[in-house]
Design a protein around this ligand. Structure first.
Ligand code: GTP
Ligand code: MG
Length: 730
């Protein structure tokens, strides 16, 4: 099978190809990975050394060698030295690197990670580069619970590690007293309970002497529970979570190169659950469903099913548009939630503090989306107390933990249940660097006006200059569009159809062409450096266009069919696009001498004749508000009826041209949905008017301009508060 990447949905250059190349840690089902944490000097390294020595995992003669070394240098033997001594060891059965020890006991392979609190470790944990199945928390039974005992406990909770074994160490120092053990248990169990963790066991141990590590200690006869090794042996590696609900983040979509073969391979690594040929799958957060036709494999026969931990590709029986970042689930199983706003626990590792006015990139599964963080409380991770911050908690310092609310630029699939960690944990990226990580606690209703990523922030002075420039350009565009409107009106009711050859659906008249000539001449007079993309002009290749910082996007006459039919519902449209967003929009409806115009810093306006211009304010329609729908006059579509059952529709009005969108901005209609393609110039100017018509915030719009085809396939406008409808149309 030959495959090639598909432009629109392939991973960025350098991203992982279909087969997983990740470390043994991620792909080896049989390895149980255990992180060893606890306060300094409480005996973590000694526990690890003991486990190695007492399970016979050490190479022949190694232990004796180190004992002899210690004697020669007159220092007491420490099991903790084993770790240092074995650092470069590559003997079979055991390898050690900076923080990890691999060993085998009872036929099972373990990796112990002895780097608690280490920032790199925490980073690896959140990114999933290494994932611990369980944690040992070592507490000195003599010293008791200390600051890091609590901080690490909290962190384990945030990292989603649920299998916790607490070792109350150095029992020899408290004469193996059951009462001393129970004191520690009481205090620490209460703390863990507060952070939502129920440990699997509390074990009294004396690591230096080996009590309850691998063998039972004679002095601990009152303790009947398992040893540390017995506890480890009872753990299930999470990677074998094959019977959990199915989750596979889509890493890439590939297509077959053979001609006539339009199948797509949807590729990713299965996080939990099992997938079989014939299964009905759901793509979240869109909710689209399809049936698995085949599973695909490289250099081996295609399997009938695949499960957790496997890198897999599959094809669908029905054509469904699937993009990287979506999550595949199985119909009939528990589904993730669709979220654009959620409560989270977040810890910060960034070199500069987290600020609530900055956009970060949130990564969850394979999805990446712009995110804004509102910090609600900064917590001291060891005391779980809220930290008072001067002037409110607007920033989060490195290694601080916060309860916060995160707003996203679009919906993503999340799991609130911690055992489905693939979509439960997320990472925040600041300038290409992982700067924080956390878990999703609760999905909240999205709020209009809190959409991050809409526009880069400029310092105030710079912004004023930009705004002045835009105001002047807007005035020029209004003047130009009105003059073009006058030209169009001269031909109304006696138009000359000059070209039907392109498509009968898209006739052109002398009015279109004259308006085009007038507008392009006027706009190049204004500033010859700004390129013009017009429906009636030559359209540069995408390779050229994609480099445009800003450009005029115009439709000299929208609603040509109405125009030809003598219906006064046509418009002249001029928009200025900057980095994909409309920053100026002018729509002139010459038949009723009305101009709609907008810019983000000025708001949206309508002016009829010479009357004073009126500020336009629309209100987002809510889930329960009765909706007034506007739709195309010539492009009726029965599928739209089905989509509109997702919302409480009270009226449907057919209207020509970009006036439909202007009606939304005026507050005279609530929703405009369309299932057939529309060109960017048909909507850009009116979209700008609509966006700027919100009360105190920008209205939501699905459009980003200057795409490869300058075309939108389907969309809904006005559905800010109607997530189901938006997803159905995305
Ligand atoms: P850091 O890596 O520095 O945070 O320390 P650690 O938690 O790895 O502790 P380590 O294993 O190095 O042990 C610290 C000291 O406690 C060493 O001197 C150990 O010998 C001693 N120790 C460890 N376990 C026991 C024990 O069961 N009893 C007694 N009495 N001492 C112990
Ligand atoms: Mg240590």
């Amino acid at each position: 099978m030959r495959i090639s990447t598909l432009k629109s949905s392939a991973p960025a250059a350098g991203a992982a190809p279909l087969p997983s190349e990740s470390s043994a840690l991620v792909t080896d089902d049989a390895v149980v990975s255990v992180v060893v944490t606890g306060h300094v000097d409480h005996g973590k390294s000694t526990v690890v050394g003991r486990l190695l020595a007492d399970t016979g995992a050490l190479p022949e003669g190694r232990l004796e060698q180190i004992r002899a070394f210690c004697e020669r240098h007159s220092r007491p033997f420490e099991h903790a030295y084993l770790l240092d001594a074995l650092k470069d060891e590559r003997a079979q059965g055991i390898t050690i690197d900076a923080a990890r020890v691999f060993f085998t006991a009872g036929g099972r392979r373990y990796v112990l990670i002895d780097a608690p609190g280490h920032v790199e470790f925490v980073k690896n944990m959140v990114t999933g580069a290494s994932r611990a199945d369980a944690a040992l928390i070592v507490i000195d039974g003599d010293e008791g619970v200390r600051e890091n005992s609590r901080r690490h406990g909290y962190l384990l909770g945030v990292l989603g590690i649920r299998e916790i074994i607490v070792l109350v160490n150095k029992m020899d120092l408290v004469q193996y007293s059951q009462a001393a053990f129970e004191n520690v248990v009481r205090e620490y169990a209460a703390f863990l309970n507060d952070v939502g963790l129920q440990p699997r066991a509390f074990i009294p141990v004396a690591a230096r002497h080996g009590d309850s590590i691998v063998t039972r200690g004679a002095q601990l006869d009152w303790y009947a529970g398992p040893t540390v090794l017995e506890c480890l042996a009872a753990l299930t590696p999470r990677r074998t979570a094959a019977d959990a609900p199915f989750r596979m983040p889509v890493q890439a979509v590939y297509k077959f190169t053979a001609k006539q073969d339009s199948r797509r391979i949807i590729a990713g690594t299965i996080e939990t659950g099992t997938l079989s040929v014939g299964d009905r799958v759901v793509f979240q957060p869109s909710g689209k469903e399809a049936t698995v036709k085949t599973l695909e494999a490289f250099n081996r026969e295609a399997p009938a099913s695949a499960s957790a931990g496997e890198a897999t590709g599959f094809t669908l029986a029905e054509p469904v548009y699937v993009a990287r970042g979506q999550v595949v689930t199985r119909a009939g199983e528990a589904q993730p939630l669709s979220a654009r706003r959620f409560k989270a626990n977040l810890f910060w590792l960034g070199r500069r503090p987290l600020v609530s006015t900055r956009d970060y990139t949130l990564k969850i599964g394979c999805a990446r989306v712009a995110a804004r963080v509102t910090i609600e409380h900064v917590l001291d991770a060891s005391s779980l107390q809220r930290v008072a911050v001067k002037g409110g908690p607007a920033t989060l310092e490195r290694l601080q933990v916060a309860e916060c609310v995160i707003d996203l630029a679009r919906h993503v699939a999340v799991d609130v249940e911690s055992d489905l960690e693939a979509m439960h944990r997320f990472v925040l990226v600041d300038d290409y660097e992982i700067a924080g990580g956390g878990i999703v606690r609760e999905v909240l209703a999205a709020q209009a006006g809190t959409r991050p990523g809409a526009r880069a922030r400029t310092p105030q002075a710079a912004r004023r200059t930009v705004d002045t420039g835009r105001t002047i350009a807007l005035m020029w565009a209004i003047e130009t569009a009105r003059r073009a409107g006058a030209v169009v009106m001269r031909h109304f009711r006696q138009p000359l159809v000059v070209d039907r050859t392109v498509s009968a659906m898209r006739p052109t008249t002398n009015a279109d062409l004259e308006a085009h000539d007038l507008i392009t001449a006027a706009l190049s007079n204004f500033d010859p450096r700004i390129p013009i993309v017009s429906e009636e002009g030559h359209i540069p290749d995408y390779a050229v266009r994609r480099r445009y910082e800003r450009f005029w996007l115009i439709d000299p006459l929208d609603g040509t069919k109405e125009f030809i039919a003598g219906i006064p519902e046509f418009t002249v449209n001029i928009a200025l696009i900057e980095r994909g967003e409309p920053v100026i929009g002018v729509v002139v409806s010459p038949a009723d001498d009305t101009t709609y115009f907008a810019a983000p810093h000025l708001g949206a306006w309508r002016q009829t004749g010479t009357a004073p211009a009126k500020r336009l304010r629309s209100a987002a329609a809510g889930v329960r508000t009765p909706l007034r729908v506007v739709e195309s006059r010539f492009h009726t579509d029965p599928r739209l009826d089905a989509v509109l059952t997702l919302a409480p529709v009270t009226s449907r009005t057919q209207l020509g041209s970009s006036l439909k969108i202007c009606r939304l901005a005026e507050g005279d209609a609530d929703l405009y949905a369309r299932l057939i393609p529309i060109m960017e110039w048909d909507v850009a100017a009116a979209d700008c008017v609509f966006r700027c018509s919100g009360r105190g915030h920008q209205r939501w719009s699905p459009f980003t301009y200057n795409g490869p085809e300058l075309r939108f396939d389907r969309f809904v406008l006005g559905a800010d508060e109607l997530p189901a409808l938006r997803e159905a149309m995305s």
